[in-house]
Design a protein around this ligand. Structure first.
Ligand SMILES: [Zn+2]
Length: 312
C-alpha cells in the first residue's frame, strides 16, 4: 500500500465514502464521517487534495489482532444473537466491508504520519473491539490492526495509544496488556461504559461531571507518561464524547475545552518529535453538527500544526 495518493503528495487525511454503513436508527451517527469531510472542505480547513483513499486491511493484518473464528463469523454473517447484542450494531455485509476499509484507512494514516508528522483517519478508533468479539459499536480494533502491521513490518519499534474518548479503551488495554512495544493510556469517565475496565498502562478515571479545568492535570499526566520515552508513533483516539452535550458521556467539556485538549496533545507530541495520527472514535452529541465540528476541529488543528512545521 502506498502512503502517497497519485497527484496529492501531501495528502494526509484518509477517507472513503464506503466508511458509511446503514445501521438504521441508531445513536451512532455513521454519517459523521462524510459530514466531517464536508465540514473541513466547507470551512476551507482542508482541500480535496488533502484526502487519500484507503484500501481495505488484508485478512493477514486483521488476523494479527482478531481470532480466526471471529473473522469467519463476521465474513459469513454467523455471529450469534448474543454477539450481535454485545456489538450493539446490526450485522451487514456493508458494515463488515466498512470495518475492513476503516482498518486499512488507519494503517494508511499511520504510514502517512510516519512520513509527514501528522495524519488523520476520518473514521476509526474502535477501541472496544476485542480479539474474539466486537463490543460497543466496535467491529474491528483498527488501531491495533495498524500498529501490529507496522510492528511486524519493522516500520516502528514502539508506539503509544492515547485514548481520550469518554469511555475507557477496554479493547486496547486487553490487546496490548502483555505487549511492551505499545504503551496504552486512557482518560475516561470512571462511572461509564464499559463496566469491566482491563488495566491500560495508565488509566485516569475522572468523576462524573468533570470539566475542562479538572481535565487539564489528568491530560498533563497522561502526556508525560505517553511521550517519555518518546514512541515512534502516537495514535491519538480523540473521542468527541467528553463533550458536555453528549448523550452517552457524563463529562462537561465544552467545544473550546476539547479544542484546547487537541491542541495540547498535538503540541506536546510535536515538542517530543513524535508523529501523530488522529482517529475520531465516539461522539454522540444531541446535535450531530456538534460532533462533526469537534472531529473536524481535531483535524484542523493537526493540519495547522503540520503546516507550521512538523517534527519530521
Ligand atoms: Zn466513547
Amino acid at each position: 500500500m502506498s502512503a502517497k495518493a497519485p497527484g496529492a503528495p501531501a495528502a494526509c487525511l484518509v477517507y472513503s465514502k464506503a466508511y458509511y454503513a446503514d445501521i438504521g436508527a441508531h445513536v451512532f451517527p455513521t454519517e459523521k464521517f462524510a459530514r466531517t469531510r464536508q465540514c473541513l472542505l466547507e470551512r476551507g480547513w482542508a482541500t480535496a487534495s488533502d484526502f487519500a483513499e484507503p484500501a481495505p486491511a488484508s485478512d493477514e493484518d486483521v488476523l494479527r489482532v482478531h481470532t480466526r473464528d471471529y473473522v469467519r463469523k463476521l465474513q459469513t454473517g454467523t455471529l450469534s444473537q448474543l454477539e450481535i447484542m454485545t456489538l450493539e450494531l446490526p450485522w451487514s455485509a456493508e458494515l463488515v466491508r466498512a470495518s475492513w476499509l476503516c482498518a486499512g484507512g488507519t494503517l494508511l494514516a499511520c504510514r502517512i504520519a510516519l512520513r509527514l508528522g501528522f495524519a488523520a483517519n476520518l473514521a476509526g478508533g474502535f477501541h472496544h473491539a476485542f480479539p474474539d468479539h466486537g463490543e460497543g459499536f466496535c467491529v474491528l480494533h483498527d488501531p491495533a490492526i495498524a500498529l501490529r502491521a507496522l510492528l511486524a513490518a519493522g516500520e516502528i519499534r514502539r508506539a503509544a495509544v492515547l485514548d481520550l474518548d469518554v469511555h475507557h479503551g477496554n479493547g486496547t488495554a486487553a490487546i496490548f496488556a502483555a505487549d511492551p512495544q505499545v504503551f496504552t493510556c486512557s482518560i475516561h469517565q470512571q462511572h461509564n461504559y464499559p463496566a469491566d475496565k482491563p488495566p491500560s498502562d495508565l488509566d485516569l478515571g475522572l468523576p462524573d461531571g468533570a470539566d475542562g479545568v479538572a481535565y487539564r492535570p489528568a491530560l498533563e499526566r497522561a502526556l508525560a507518561a505517553t511521550l517519555e520515552p518518546a514512541p515512534d508513533l502516537l495514535v491519538y483516539v480523540a473521542g468527541a464524547d467528553p463533550y458536555i452535550e453528549d448523550q452517552l458521556g457524563g463529562l462537561a467539556l465544552t467545544r473550546e475545552d476539547l479544542a484546547a485538549r487537541d491542541a495540547r496533545v498535538l503540541e506536546a507530541a510535536a515538542a517530543a518529535g513524535v508523529p501523530v495520527v488522529t482517529l475520531p472514535a465516539g461522539g454522540y452529541a444531541r446535535q450531530v453538527e456538534d460532533t462533526v465540528l469537534i472531529h473536524a476541529t481535531t483535524v484542523r488543528l493537526g493540519l495547522e500544526r503540520r503546516r507550521a512545521g512538523s517534527p519530521r
